[in-house]
Design a protein around this ligand. Structure first.
Ligand SMILES: NC(=O)c1ccc[n+]([C@@H]2O[C@H](COP(=O)([O-])OP(=O)(O)OC[C@H]3O[C@@H](n4cnc5c(N)ncnc54)[C@H](OP(=O)(O)O)[C@@H]3O)[C@@H](O)[C@H]2O)c1
Length: 246
């Protein structure tokens, strides 16, 4: 059995740990800065080994995944390097490059429920790509893309999930203003979003073709759509996606 180590068990590391163990009963070694974080996993997952010592944790590893904040990547690599040997080193840290990292991956927090959209950067290190793919495929959809597309992937999926949630919240605020309870408005917004996604996935339609089916000439939907345009909705979405690119 492969030894997989995840360094960092916060928002992203935690989502990967939970997603992986939801789908498989594979073994995982996880580390964090504090015992308090590791304790939240102990007892819940029988195949987990926890360790506060990164250098010790990576001994004999086949793949090590770095899920610490970008500014900790350099010191953590320095710490584990003596014991890393030929383990594949994967990083999910946004916008950080390091010569020892074999694979750059960009998942999102829906990994926790097996619904991540993960980007893996192409590299000639096929052995490490295969190992990374096998892992990230347990967490949702995976696309292997050239370096030039990693930024777009990061913004659309890694960050984009937050923008989608902001849209849901905006819908809720509109719903509450029109007289709904917040929880009720959230249910409606989520089911409407789910319906839109499933419909496009099922029909293969372009969004605009589906929109045409909703818009009666002179009706209420087109009034709202035009209001979105007047307020610069498309432009705001595009600008939000481009804002984090270097
Ligand atoms: N959040 C996202 O949606 C997302 C999406 C894609 C990529 N990423 C990337 O994922 C990385 C982590 O982000 P995050 O949001 O998960 O951060 P986070 O919630 O702050 O989690 C960071 C984790 O790293 C641990 N840690 C800190 N120093 C450590 C060390 N020296 N050794 C071992 N573990 C250490 C922390 O331990 P304690 O809990 O004990 O403090 C914590 O569990 C970032 O590089 C980010 O760019 C995040």
């Amino acid at each position: 059995m492969q030894k997989i180590v995840i360094i960092g068990a916060g928002n992203m590391g935690g989502a990967m740990i939970k997603g992986f163990l939801r789908k498989t009963n594979g073994a995982l070694t996880i580390t964090a800065k504090t015992k308090q974080t590791l304790d939240t996993f102990v007892g819940k997952y029988p195949t987990i080994t926890v360790d506060l010592d990164n250098a010790h944790a990576v001994r004999g590893a086949d793949m090590v995944i770095l899920a610490v904040k970008p500014w900790f990547i350099e010191p953590v690599i320095a710490e584990i390097l003596p014991n890393l040997n030929d383990a594949c080193l994967v990083s999910v840290a946004a916008n950080v490059r390091h010569e020892r990292i074999d694979v750059y991956a960009m998942p999102n927090i829906a990994a926790e429920i097996g619904e991540s959209m993960t980007f893996i950067e192409e590299t000639p290190k096929t052995d490490c790509i295969e190992k990374a793919m096998a892992f990230f495929e347990t967490l949702g959809e995976v696309q292997v893309v050239p370096e030039r597309q990693m930024g777009a992937g990061m913004m659309m999926a890694g960050c984009g999930i937050a923008y989608v949630m902001r849209y849901i919240r905006a819908m809720m605020e509109g719903g509450v203003e029109m007289g709904l309870y917040p929880r009720q408005a959230q249910e409606i917004a989520m089911q409407t979003m789910r319906g839109a996604v499933e419909l496009l996935a099922h029909t293969g339609d372009h969004p605009e073709a589906a929109i045409d089916k909703v818009t009666t000439p002179g009706g209420v939907t087109i009034k709202g759509l035009n209001e979105l345009d007047h307020a610069g909705f498309n432009s705001a979405v595009i600008r939000s996606l481009k804002a984090g690119l270097k």
